[in-house]
Design a protein around this ligand. Structure first.
Ligand code: MG
Ligand code: ZN
Length: 386
């Protein structure tokens, strides 16, 4: 190429680019190269803390409907890493929340109804229990009872998920720093014995409070508490559409409480939006969407916090889909026509969203048990001996 031609082609290249720029309308600004490197480095690095958010029964239908009903946006769009996981249990194709939570919490496929035990009914250690052993702070927050299958699988060991009073006793066998959820009656008005587990927790050093005190009034006792338990209802907490509104403030209080412990080993916190599943069982689309919207707000707050913290891996996933919930032909963004194929759980794969240091390992398609192994690896814990 002659110099003249080279100059001409440079000029035409310049004009072409200028032309592009002037005709360009709206385009998202691209990140500077150093930011991309920083993000790439970050998603590969080791987190100090893990916050795992579980939407019970939250499949793609629930996420899609919840997003459309929320002005076609959700905080799930802020996650750089997306994966897909296979929720089937160890004995049944269609899992229940006990088997799937045990898979995520303990890394084993087990039978439906099993809480923190394997197919042989023997206890298996959960990631929360191991985090405690390693000196991390730990917490559980749910909008079901705290002894319900999902939170229970992180802290209890029982052959049968319905043994709520036995599961409540397991909270005394751990050093969990913060827990909040319903089911107070399984602690202090028990049918099987006269024990008052809330008094026993106080004797163990817990500050214990319940729904009779507004959570917003508890800041002082939270600040001075060494360990904290908050019972949000006697039995199941209300649905969000009937006025339950604690998930957001309590989840953020848990994050701040565990973070303020300032443990070298960090913290592990599981937050469950429990009732998306109940909306699915009830084949009630409005119930699903109202629960999703609340969960979405919690996810946003957690992400805001994790963004400024910079050392926290945030994971959002489901234990399974419930209801075979889909959006039908004829729907509009403002008016969704939805149908259900079931009042039970389905065998559909469910998505997983990951943000922050260590998140890269969560892309791909894998078994739900892999979530446990990926979390352990992210924490930098050594491989388990087979
Ligand atoms: Mg649940
Ligand atoms: Zn269910």
């Amino acid at each position: 190429m002659s110099i003249r031609n080279y100059t001409l082609s440079l000029i035409s290249f310049y004009l072409l680019c200028t032309g592009c720029n002037t005709t360009k309308t709206v385009e998202a600004p691209s990140l500077p190269a150093e930011n991309i490197h920083a993000i790439a480095e970050k998603i590969n690095s080791t987190p100090k803390n893990i916050i795992l958010l579980i939407g019970d029964g939250m499949g793609m239908g629930q996420i899609s409907a919840g997003t459309y009903a929320n002005g076609n946006t959700s905080n799930l769009e802020r996650f750089p890493i997306v994966g897909i996981q296979k929720p089937h249990s160890g004995a049944e194709l269609i899992t229940d929340s006990a088997a799937s939570a045990t898979a995520i919490a303990c890394g084993v496929k087990t039978y439906n109804r099993a809480i923190g035990v394997g197919l042989d009914s023997l206890p298996v250690r959960s990631i929360l229990e191991e985090a405690e052993m390693k000196g991390a702070a730990t917490g559980l927050v749910a909008t079901s009872t705290i002894v319900h299958a999902t939170p229970a699988s992180f802290i209890a060991h029982n052959k049968n998920r319905k043994k709520y009073e036995d599961i409540a006793e397991d909270f005394l066998n751990t050093e969990i720093d913060f827990f909040a959820g319903g089911g107070k009656k399984y602690f202090d008005r028990r049918e099987k014995d006269d024990r008052d587990l809330l008094q026993e927790l106080r004797a163990k050093g817990y500050t214990v409070s319940d729904y009779l005190t507004e959570f917003s009034e508890l800041h002082m006792s939270l600040e001075s508490a060494d360990k904290f338990a908050y019972l949000t209802a006697d039995d199941d907490p209300l649905p969000a559409y009937q006025g339950r509104d604690y998930l957001e403030p309590v989840s953020m209080a848990a994050v701040n409480f565990l973070s303020a412990k300032n443990k070298e080993a960090g913290f592990f916190l599981m937050i469950e939006s429990s009732q998306i599943d109940w909306g699915g069982h009830a084949n009630n689309s409005d119930y699903i969407i109202s629960e999703f919207k609340e969960f979405n707000r919690v996810i946003g707050k957690v992400l805001d916090w994790a963004e400024s913290d910079g050392e926290t891996l945030v994971i959002v996933t489901a234990d399974h889909e419930t209801g075979g919930y889909t959006i039908q032909h004829g729907s509009t963004m403002d008016e969704l026509i939805t149908t259900f194929t079931s009042t039970h759980h389905t065998g559909d794969f469910v998505p997983l969203f990951a943000f922050g240091p260590g998140s890269k390992a969560f892309s791909g398609l894998y078994e739900n048990t892999d979530i446990y192994h990926k979390m352990r690896k992210a924490f930098g814990w050594s491989e388990l001996k087979k």
